[in-house]
Design a binder for this molecule. Structure first.
Ligand SMILES: NC(=O)c1ccc[n+]([C@@H]2O[C@H](COP(=O)([O-])OP(=O)(O)OC[C@H]3O[C@@H](n4cnc5c(N)ncnc54)[C@H](O)[C@@H]3O)[C@@H](O)[C@H]2O)c1
Ligand SMILES: C[N+](C)(C)CC=O
Length: 485
């Protein structure tokens, strides 16, 4: 752990083995913190914010340090990508792409650091000056998940540093390796001691302390909905600012006039990328009835050819699930789907390939004849499981697409752009793609409607999340009011 500029081990001496989900080998052993370690990190961040100089360091200087982190990530991209693939099982190509995105995020927020200016207000009061300034919020707790370990952490680290906050990062206890490495790079880049702190350990101790502590001013969380609810409750003690990036059950809508082959290809990419362990995975496919059967046939045929395997071997298209526990969850959802009457037409089991028996693999799985009321259609499975529904009118598909508790992302495929725009405008989701699936980038905000959370990461809004707004009013010619004479 990295606390107050020192690399330390937990006061308990406890450790955790980090497992490669491809073969269950131990790839590292890391220190395992607890509540007391979390408190130590919070105190370091509190002191650095209250007594240190980071929050008042000129913004361009903070930007230069954040830019330096981007450059160091590019320098060490190969090592970071290797660690991410070992830790998550994702293919090395995906990890390379993640590292490029991560460097871009640091670079983007470095560029915004000194453009976070305020505003002069035209006050309706003579001889006065009224202005709005943005200030750092203070001590930020940052909790991230295992599916995109460093990418999700970077969406929090970069804007918090650029705006002059101090922070405590807590990666998922099962995938901490790249976050540890980036803390080494942040130290090398010159982030002052106490400004950025790293605690390792479980959510219910280390994470819970971050959300409960009265010394933390903001908690930014990416993870599952049930944890998000706990964090909201825990954060109420001192009414901390909260940002929640939660799950999704994201509709992928294909009209009959869509480019057929592209829509088929992208429907696979939408749901089976990273074995479906993507918050915005297009796990609900809605296909217009006139092309439904032909489209489904093509999706099944191509999904059946997805090559599972070692993410470091060329040709592998998908790695394993993250853990045995998570595969159990995916399997239980497949059983639920069968019991609900959804028709299983592909997968629904672990692969037979002897080479994959040590990993937590699960075959790409497809259910047809699904209806919106099924749990398999409503709930986030977070695995390679696709449900397919049919629709016949635009109104019907909008209603179906919006009919879950989530509102993270969705897509619409049509060559009739007016129709696609109409659907996009009616979807209650934080991101809507037209004739595409998955793009996200540093310049555009990311976040959810409904129970997918609130607050935004990335874009200028992702920077503003880390600032407080202050109105400063100055009377240039103060006069007595005369009210109480
Ligand atoms: N909206 C997004 O941008 C986005 C991005 C990635 C993942 N996700 C979501 O993340 C989920 C998968 O990640 P996960 O399984 O790691 O989620 P999770 O909620 O189990 O854990 C996320 C993090 O919270 C910590 N945590 C657990 N219990 C806690 C508690 N009581 N208090 C504080 N922290 C606690 C964990 O240790 C981990 O670091 C999925 O639902 C996925 O959709 C969302
Ligand atoms: C936000 N994203 C798409 C990078 C990862 C979601 O799990």
């Amino acid at each position: 752990m990295y606390i107050d500029g020192q690399w330390i081990e937990s006061h308990t001496g406890n450790t955790r083995d980090i497992i490669n989900p491809f073969n269950q080998e131990v790839i590292a052993t890391v220190t395992e913190g607890d509540k007391k370690d979390s408190q130590l990190a919070i105190q370091a961040a509190r002191t650095a914010f209250d007594k240190g100089e980071w929050s008042t360091t000129p913004a361009n200087e903070r930007g230069e340090i954040v830019q330096k982190i981007a450059e160091l990530i590019r320098r060490d991209k190969e090592e970071l990508a290797r660690l991410e693939s070992l830790d998550t099982g994702k293919t090395i190509i995906e990890s390379h792409a993640d590292m490029d995105d991560i460097a871009n995020v640091f670079q983007y927020f470095a560029g915004l650091a000194d453009k976070n200016g305020g505003e002069v207000i035209q006050a309706p009061i003579p001889d006065s000056e009224s202005r709005v300034v943005r200030e750092p919020i203070g001590v930020c707790g940052q909790i991230s998940p295992w599916n995109y370990p460093l990418l999700q952490a970077s969406w929090k680290l970069a804007p918090a540093l650029a705006t002059g906050n101090t922070l405590i990062a807590k990666p998922s206890e099962i995938t901490p390796l790249t976050t540890i490495k980036v803390f080494e790079l942040m130290e090398e880049a010159g982030v002052p001691k106490g400004v950025a702190n790293l605690v390792l350990g479980p959510g219910n101790t280390v994470g819970a302390e971050l959300s409960t502590s009265l010394d933390v001013d903001l908690i930014s969380f990416t993870g599952g909905i049930e944890t998000g609810k706990k964090i909201m409750q825990a954060a109420s003690g001192n009414v901390k600012k909260i940002a929640l990036e939660l799950g999704g059950k994201n509709p992928n809508i294909v009209f009959a006039d869509a480019d057929f082959d592209t829509a088929v290809d992208q429907a696979l990419n939408a749901v089976f990328f990273h074995a479906g362990q993507v918050c915005s995975a297009g796990s609900r496919l809605l296909v217009e009835d006139s092309i439904h059967d032909r489209f489904v046939e093509a999706v099944i045929e191509q999904a059946g050819r997805i090559k599972l395997g070692n993410g470091f071997v060329e040709g592998t298209q998908s790695g394993p699930l993250i853990s045995a526990q998570h595969r159990d969850k995916v399997e239980s959802y497949v059983e639920i789907g069968k019991q609900e009457g959804a028709e299983l037409v592909l997968g629904g089991k672990r692969p037979d390939d002897p080479e994959l028996q040590d990993g937590f693999f699960y075959e790409p799985t497809i259910f047809v004849n699904c209806t919106s009321d099924m749990r398999i259609v409503q709930e986030e499975v977070f695995g390679p499981v696709l449900t397919i529904e049919k629709f016949s009118t635009t109104e019907e598909v909008i209603e179906k697409a919006n009919d879950t508790i989530y509102g993270l992302a969705g897509a619409v495929w049509s060559t009739d752009i007016e129709k696609a725009e109409t659907v996009a405008s009616k979807l209650r989701m934080g991101t809507v793609w037209i004739n595409d699936f998955h793009p996200y980038f540093a310049q555009a905000p990311w976040g959810g409607f409904k129970q997918s959370g609130f607050g935004r990461e990335l874009g200028h809004m992702g920077l503003e999340e880390y600032t407080e707004v202050k109105h400063i009013f100055r009377n240039k010619k103060p006069q007595p009011t005369g009210w109480f004479v």
